[in-house]
Design a protein around this ligand. Structure first.
Ligand SMILES: O=C([O-])CC(=O)C(=O)O
Length: 160
């Protein structure tokens, strides 16, 4: 479904937000795109699991983890859940763990870094808010396009 992010940038520079290049690729799919579903949570990934348990066809879960460098919000089990439920991708403004297991999953995963520690599970998080990081406002239902070159969002689907 997706076109190269560079080509989309060239064709639609007036319609897009471009994320600052702070993310590394961890998933088995380098290129992914879909409608944004947002989750804001801090060092607690309870809602990452409950959202990835939902059908994810054509969707990207955008997790605003506040950029925490103190634990991981996604690991191998949750990446497998994302794959099984057909999520296009997960973007984590925070850390992930089980790097080799995540890489084996057919899902896109962009995150700041790897961290070996798991997060709390106290059911704290907020869904569907507009969240802001990497210089972009990620809005529920907007379109996200990502590949090895970076990540952009737009309010409409982008074509070439
Ligand atoms: O459960 C967690 O906190 C994350 C994790 O390790 C996994 O997804 O395998």
């Amino acid at each position: 479904m997706s076109h190269p992010v560079t080509d989309l940038c060239d064709a639609h520079s007036d319609k897009i937000q471009v994320a600052e290049p702070m993310f590394a690729d961890f998933g088995g799919e380098m290129a992914f795109s879909g409608r944004i579903h947002t989750l804001k949570c801090f060092e607690d990934n309870s809602f990452v699991r409950s959202e990835l348990e939902q059908p994810g066809e054509g969707r990207v879960l955008v997790v605003d983890g506040g950029g925490s460098m103190r634990c991981a919000l996604l690991g191998g089990n949750l990446a497998k859940l994302a794959e099984d439920n057909h999520w296009a991708g997960v973007v984590v403004y925070g850390c992930v763990r089980d790097v080799e297991e995540i890489e084996a999953c057919a899902v896109g995963v962009k995150a700041l870094a790897a961290h070996p520690l798991k997060s709390r599970k106290q059911n704290i998080g907020e869904l569907g808010l507009s969240v802001r990081f990497a210089g972009v406002e990620f809005r529920e239902g907007d379109y996200l396009y990502a590949d090895a070159d970076g990540m952009i969002t737009a309010t409409q689907a982008l074509e070439l």
